[in-house]
Structures are given as structure tokens and as C-alpha cells.
Design a binder for this molecule. Structure first.
Ligand code: PBG
Ligand code: ZN
Length: 324
């Protein structure tokens, strides 16, 4: 009988020893929690496609934000659902719109929590695209002006960080320029740098009412087949002034997260998107997987791949579980 001399199992013999050699440890400070802001007061409506997440009016969002902060989660990412949509998406930059109000109220209720605002047009445009539509096509350069105005309105409301998710060329530079010109040089930019045209956004589009009314987003979001192109997009966003770069979605793109982490010095964020969340919640509801274990395993995998920041709908549960 042959006896191994090297026994990796020795380091797995007890939880104490496993803890000593554990390479990746999750903490609440790793997470960012998304919030969906709707018009009105005292609104808290469950989102069927994202169980455990809600449409919140800005007053309730401020109260929720305090609970998020108490769990040790450092930031929320706010998405707005406007009162009206038009061809240009003008409600995106209207002062005192739901998301601008929520930013101000969250900062007021909980100054220690960082507020990151998603900057895009798709919730606000009648056609549901992330940029300006001209002759049936998405016009890059007009979109830049609208996106920069939107980012400025979020900064003016008190956002600590703006997060453009539109994938137009040059938007980070356009936003940086306008923010700096108006005295918001301390507001950071977290760019959705490598954002893929993904089927995993389904539940989000339902929750944010942001599905495109014609066509799809493949003329601006990236082809899932490409990773060298992701490095090009990330490099451009960094040149334009992005402080944090994001890869989105996370799970089908762990290799991209790793490559971005190894190629650049900026902090890397990964978005564990709505479809990834919904699949786990559905399987857990069916009793086919253990939710707590699968969530922590999934988030650990995203962190191990190189993410410094994980945006996730599991944030509240995960923060409680890692705090136990
Ligand atoms: C829109 C936006 C999307 C998400 C965040 N911002 C969807 C899309 O591009 O259609 C997806 C988030 C998720 O699925 O959780 N700019
Ligand atoms: Zn969009």
C-alpha cells in the first residue's frame, strides 16, 4: 500500500485550521446594495422578479439605507423610476425627481453611507434605450450631453459617486469634464466599463421598467464572446478618468474580472446581476439548493476572481451571514 508523504488534507482537518489557511474571506464591506426608487411617499412594493427587493419611495429608501449601513455595507447603488418618460429622457436630469430626492434624503439620514447613482437614460426614455435615438439609431454624441447632465444632477443632489451604465463611447470623459466644471471634482466615477449585452438583465428590466421598445442593446453593450475588447474598454474608461471599473454581469465573466484585475491598478467592481440572483432564488425556493451556502460560495467566487467590490441583491442576507 503506497502512503502519500504530502497530505493537503492536513490543512482541512478542522474549522480552525481551515480558517487559518482561507485565502478569500467575505466581509460586509465588500458589498454594494442596489435600491429602486419610485415616486411618492411611503411606498414599499415587492418586486416579483427580485424576491426580497422593493420599489421604494425616497422617504422609505432613507430608512432602509440606515439598516443597510448598520449591517456594515458601505454603499448603495440607486436606480430611479421617473414620473414620466419622453423621447429624450429628460426626467433623468430633472432636479427633485425621485432618484435625486432619494440621494439627498439618504445622505441626510445616513451621511456615513456612500451613495452611488446609476447614470443612464433607459428608465427615462419612451423608447427604453440607454442613449438618444436619432433616425432609429442610438446617437452616441448627443447621448453624452444628456448623460453628463444626469450625472451632474445626481452630484448636485449629494451623490458620492456616479456610475454610468450606458456604454456610449466617451461618456466618462464627458461626465468628468462637466462635474469638474461645476465644482464636483471630489465626486468619483465608477464606470460600467465592460458591460455585456446579456440575457441576465431580465428581472432588472422588469423592476426598472427599462426594456427597449424596439431592437436590443447590442450596438452599445459588448458581445459576450469578447474579453480582449473588455480590456480595451476598461483602459479607455481609466484614461477618461474612471476611479473604479466594473465588469457586468459577474458569473459568466469571471475570467474577465480576473484579467481586468491583473491588467490595471484601479479597484474592480463586479455586478452580480438580477438574472444571477433570480436563478438562485428560484432554485432555493424549490428546495433544490441551500440558499445560504450557494450565495456565500457564489460571492466568494466573484471575490476570488478579483472583484474588490460586489454589487449584489444578496447584500443584506450575505452581510448577516458573514457577520454570524
Ligand atoms: C441599465 C442597466 C441595466 C442593469 C443596470 N443598469 C440593464 C440593461 O442594461 O438593460 C442591469 C442590472 C441587473 O440586471 O441587475 N443601464
Ligand atoms: Zn441603460
Amino acid at each position: 500500500m503506497s502512503k502519500p508523504t504530502i497530505r493537503p488534507r492536513r490543512l482541512r482537518t478542522s474549522e480552525a485550521i481551515r480558517a487559518m489557511v482561507r485565502e478569500t474571506v467575505l466581509a460586509p464591506a465588500d458589498f454594494v446594495y442596489p435600491l429602486f426608487i419610485v415616486p411618492g411617499e411611503k411606498v414599499k412594493e415587492a418586486l416579483p422578479a427580485l424576491p426580497g427587493n422593493y420599489h421604494l419611495s425616497s422617504d422609505i429608501a432613507a430608512a432602509e439605507a440606515r439598516a443597510v449601513h448598520e449591517l456594515g455595507i458601505p454603499a448603495v447603488l440607486v436606480f430611479g423610476l421617473p414620473e414620466y418618460k419622453d423621447e429624450h429622457g429628460s426626467s433623468a436630469w430633472a432636479p427633485n425627481s425621485p432618484v435625486q430626492q432619494a440621494i439627498a434624503r439618504i445622505k441626510d439620514a445616513c451621511p456615513g453611507l456612500a451613495v452611488i447613482s446609476d447614470v443612464c437614460l433607459c428608465q427615462y426614455t419612451s423608447h427604453g434605450h440607454c442613449g438618444h435615438v436619432k433616425n432609429g439609431r442610438i446617437d452616441n454624441d448627443t447621448s453624452l450631453e444628456y448623460l453628463a447632465r444626469t450625472a451632474l444632477s445626481h452630484a448636485a443632489a449629494g451623490a458620492d459617486m456616479v456610475a454610468p451604465s450606458d456604454m456610449m463611447d466617451g461618456r466618462v470623459a464627458a461626465i468628468r469634464r462637466l462635474l469638474d466644471a461645476d465644482g464636483y471634482q471630489d465626486v468619483s466615477i465608477m464606470s460600467y466599463a465592460a458591460k455585456y449585452a446579456s440575457a441576465y438583465y431580465g428581472p432588472f428590466r422588469d423592476a426598472a421598467r427599462s426594456a427597449p421598445r424596439f431592437g436590443d442593446r447590442r450596438s452599445y453593450q459588448m458581445d459576450p464572446a469578447n474579453s480582449r475588447e473588455a480590456l480595451k474598454e476598461v483602459a479607455l474608461d481609466i484614461e477618461e478618468g474612471a476611479d473604479i471599473v466594473m465588469v457586468k454581469p459577474a458569473l459568466a465573466y469571471l475570467d474577465v474580472i480576473r484579467q481586468v484585475k491583473d491588467s490595471f491598478r484601479q479597484p474592480v467592481a463586479a455586478y452580480n446581476v438580477s438574472g444571477e440572483y433570480a436563478m438562485i432564488k428560484a432554485a432555493a425556493a424549490g428546495g433544490w439548493v441551500d440558499e445560504r451556502h450557494i450565495v456565500l460560495e457564489t460571492l466568494t467566487g466573484i471575490k476570488r476572481a478579483g472583484a474588490d467590490i460586489i454589487i449584489t441583491y444578496h447584500a443584506l442576507d450575505a452581510a448577516r451571514w458573514v457577520n454570524l
